[in-house]
Design a protein around this ligand. Sequence first.
Ligand code: PEP
Length: 249
Amino acid sequence: MARQNIAAGNWKMNTTVSEGKDLYKALSNHSVPEDVTVIVGVPFLHIGTLLSIKHASIKIAAQNCHFKNSGAYTGETSPSMLADIGVDYVILGHSERREYFHEDNAMLAQKLDAALENKLKVIFCCGEPLEIRKQGTQNAYVSKQLEEGLFHLTADQLKDVVIAYEPIWAIGTGETASPEQAQDMHAHIRSILTNKYGNDAAQDMSILYGGSVKPGNAKEIFGKEDVDGGLVGGASLKADSFGAIIDSF
Ligand code: PEP
């Protein structure tokens, strides 16, 4: 994928299937500029229903997948199941998955491989907790997440990946990283991509910012040179606020 403007919603464990259907329909009525890709990350249970009313302008992502295609893993959903029904993307490594479900970089590397083998595109999340930000060691922390989780991929595989930088202290807290803090980290991520994969691959990578993005701050954040859009939680749950974020590119 060449670098794109992306507005990705993360519904997390919110909305019933019927509420999700209404939200998806309302979003489908929103006009999406040609140079913007819109994705919604929805609960597994919603996917079949939303695929049955799928609109070309709103792509569908799962919020997780397993690293095996089948087997004795009660309660899990595999990447081959998602690919088979026509899911476009999967979000991997969200900080809530890392924290509450103990997903570490090694496990995420396996999930990434399994998703890409099944031709799913991946939104790969990284980001530091507050104590790391206070120490000022966030660049090293995020570098390690990417080196251990992502950098085993070839440059060709990397084309199906989007990176989402989400400082944990800004997720669902109402506290947003300043546009300059976001730009600094995105530039850092692009520089380590350049060192590992070369300038072309680094310039082609879409890097999203996530953490309390709202209609009121999206324009300024997305306006930064290395910020290619957002991964949006709370503000993606209402069609008018997510629509306004889509309009801020
Ligand atoms: C998220 O869930 O990825 C997120 C960034 O949430 P919020 O926009 O609510 O901070």
